[in-house]
Write a protein that binds this ligand. Structure first.
Ligand SMILES: C=CC1=C(C)c2cc3[nH]c(cc4nc(cc5[nH]c(cc1n2)c(C)c5CCC(=O)O)C(CCC(=O)O)=C4C)c(C)c3C=C
Ligand SMILES: [Fe+2]
Ligand SMILES: [Fe+2]
Length: 317
């Protein structure tokens, strides 16, 4: 057996091109996973392919086009940069990137790491959820279930309260708000359907609240008058989702005539949900409701602190 240690970074997945066929194949694979949508497949799949995807394709193609970065999806671009930087700073570790849905394919990437003794798996979701992190864990378990002499797998469940993560976010926020001086800092996380919280005992809300609380404690030392709020974005489909909803909170802030800076701590790297939904769509909504001063604080992306966070998660094992 080759004595090498691997680090597998896993992110959600994203279209390879901004064409309807590429987006359709990505959304189809993603939204037919029962971790993400738990409806009866016989009912859900015809709705997904007959109504949801065709309707979404009417506008989502332009949305992806407007955020495309270096001929790539930002999610893929930043995830790849992170992986390359980790390979540079950790020469003893072979870091590879895979996506839960689409490319680089999880099964193919794992196959390249088959002969390693030890593989650390970090899903690029700081807060655990059954819809994301658990989908990765289950998929990897299925893929490797018939491997002979499998490597030792170390799944990093999440890093919602990791000291390096909180410190990096706090510093990153500080760099932005010391210039903009907003009245309110909004911490916006991706939402999930509320039924998963009860049905699967998903502790996602607790993990998000913990990150917010730790950030609040850190930032209060330098910014005692800064109001920090917590909300959930990217609602999809019918049914109740985690509350309060980011758009509603932003409308309220706009109507109060206050300025806001928004950061999305649950997104390790920028993607359509931050660059389009927050920085374009919600910015417009804020302005339309009388708001004056809106700033979006980018994700940590491939900055050195982010490389350090991931490196420290491996070291801890
Ligand atoms: C039921 C639907 C969805 C659940 C549950 C969900 C959970 C969830 N998602 C992320 C992170 C990302 N989601 C992204 C895109 C995206 N998410 C959904 C739906 C659900 N997400 C859709 C339909 C889409 C596609 C975009 C769109 O059509 O609006 C992305 C970005 C992908 C990209 O290409 O840039 C990320 C990242 C988390 C963290 C999460 C639960 C905690
Ligand atoms: Fe930074
Ligand atoms: Fe999502």
């Amino acid at each position: 057996m080759i004595e090498t240690r691997g680090l597998l970074l896993v992110n959600l997945g994203t279209p390879t091109q901004t064409t309807p066929s590429s987006i359709k194949s990505y959304l189809g694979e993603f939204l037919s996973d029962r971790h993400v949508v738990d409806l009866n497949a016989l009912i859900w799949l015809p709705i997904l392919y007959g109504i949801v995807i065709p309707n979404r394709l009417k506008y989502i193609t332009q949305h992806y086009q407007s955020i495309w970065l270096n001929n790539q999806s930002p999610l893929l671009y930043y995830s790849e940069q992170l992986c390359q930087k980790l390979n540079k700073v950790c020469p003893y570790l072979d870091c590879k990137l895979a996506m839960t849905y689409g490319e680089p394919e999880l099964a193919a990437t794992l196959n390249l790491m088959k002969y390693y003794n030890h593989i650390d798996i970090i899903s690029l979701y700081p807060q655990y959820s059954t819809t994301t992190t658990q989908a990765v864990i289950d998929k990897i378990k299925t893929i490797t279930s018939n491997w002979q002499n499998p490597p030792i797998f170390n799944f990093v469940r999440d890093y919602a309260d990791n000291t390096n993560y909180i410190e990096a976010l706090a510093q990153h926020i500080d760099q932005h708000i010391c210039i903009n001086q907003p009245d309110i800092l909004l911490l916006s996380y991706h939402g999930i359907p509320l039924r998963y919280i009860k049905k699967r005992r998903d502790n996602y809300i607790e993990r998000c609240l913990l990150t917010s609380q730790l950030l609040q404690e850190k930032l209060a030392k330098c910014y005692p008058n800064l109001k920090i709020m917590h909300s959930y974005q990217s609602r999809f489909g019918k049914g109740k989702w985690t509350e309060p909803n980011t758009s509603n909170v932003l409308i309220d802030i706009a109507k109060q005539g206050k300025s806001v800076a928004v950061i999305c701590p649950g997104f390790a790297v920028d993607c359509i949900e931050t660059l389009y939904e927050i920085n374009i769509e919600n910015r417009e909504l804020f302005m339309q409701n009388g708001g004056q001063n809106f700033s979006y604080i980018p994700a940590l992306n491939d900055c050195d602190q982010q490389v350090n966070i991931l490196k420290s998660l491996v070291k801890h094992h």
